[in-house]
Design a protein around this ligand. Sequence first.
Ligand SMILES: Nc1ncnc2c1ncn2[C@@H]1O[C@H](COP(=O)(O)OP(=O)(O)OP(=O)(O)O)[C@@H](O)[C@H]1O
Ligand SMILES: [Mg+2]
Length: 455
Amino acid sequence: MSATQTKRRLLIIDDDKFLCDLVAQFFRGEAVDVLTAHRGADGVHIASKTLVDVVLLDQKLPDVQGVDVCPALLKHNDQTKIIFITAYPSFENALEAIKQGAYDYLSKPFELEELKLTVERALKTLTLEHVEQIHAYRSSKESEEAILLGKESGLAEVWRMVGIAADSDVPVLITGKTGVGKNIVARCIHYNGPLGKRPFITVNCAAIPEQLIEGELFGHEKGAFTGAVAVRKGLFEMAESGTLFLDEIGALPFTLQSKLLGALDERKVRRLGGETARSVNVRIIAATNEEVEKAVAGGTFREDLYYRLNVFRIHIPPLKDRLQDVPELCRHFVRQIAPDSRISIPESELACLRGYQWPGNVRELKNVIERSIILRSGDTIRPSALLMQPLAAAPPENPIPIEDDDIVSLEEIEKNYIRRALSALSWNHTRTAKKLGVSRSTLNRKIKAYRIEKP
Ligand SMILES: Nc1ncnc2c1ncn2[C@@H]1O[C@H](COP(=O)(O)OP(=O)(O)OP(=O)(O)O)[C@@H](O)[C@H]1O
Ligand SMILES: [Mg+2]
């Protein structure tokens, strides 16, 4: 079966059984299978067992807040499109949901037609992403983004290893907790070496349904299976003379692990339904945030493949073990997110941030900076107010309080911020939505609601 022919799966997590039934009935007969859960934990359980494309997630669930299950849902499939449903629409709720990775949000009560449109949009995005993921070579922008901060302090050793790896073509295994920078290190190895101008193809082994991975990696001949109407090159062939980055390698199904090992050993791939094996010349970089040695000991990851990939190992330490990098990262993200601003972070704030444990590592730091930029008033940001866990040490100084007269509504802040973002990006909606971390449709809705017009 081809990706486009697979029935899409929609999961509704809502304690309102009536609503769940209504939505299930509404989509019956469409090209969508509907699954339902009434508690957050049950929803996450379903997502861990089945590949879910779209989740309708209620904000208030009996066991958790909807927003808190976003990371767990995305952990199982980071391409899942989460549509957040809230009966209490507020900027804060919506912002929080979007920051946690939600794709869009709907306010209750909603029309079923509105829901249908939102789901269709999410599915369309998914298809486009899939096509892009498989066919697009990384743009030159990507190489510009392969800038590793901390290479002179907390990541000095990692950077040294990146240099060695870039000059050779042995397989590299990158390990480290979520958000430490594994993807960025993989890109640095590629773009800093002789293959820099060649393709860099990423495949997220956890994001592609098990039954499709083999076809994606190795390609297929016409007629190899129902739906294989044309020949398709696999990612190995597409990465020819470049790098194939196998992200989340720990999620590769056991049966495919031996096939991958065969391809690496022989430097040849055979398309599904193909008679002959074709030679490929591809550099392999793999990454995992799981403890791969445990997976080997537990029998879920092949030992021979582990040894094949572990030729050169780069382990990225968590941010809490290199807190000296925090100020540099903060300044960089401010410049990256708001390049034309005069935003500054007070020293006292940087000291607070250096006292935090950063369970979500650099990704969490980036998110906190981004949110504090959106929510700031004036040119000073106070990210420490947004940290999820209590600070290990008391902040050295009390944050400077805002004067009563300075307080403006969050809506006002959002409206102004969107206007400024649009203006900074020449009123390009696609780029602005991307920078703001919301979908284009969400941005368009807000532009309409706030009556923002191009001067
Ligand atoms: N040293 C760094 N310098 C600059 N940016 C960084 C650095 N480390 C991480 N980032 C940024 O933080 C975010 C998360 O990094 P990345 O996606 O590489 O993490 P990861 O280890 O692959 O996470 P996951 O295991 O969840 O896939 C990205 O936006 C990345 O650009
Ligand atoms: Mg990653």
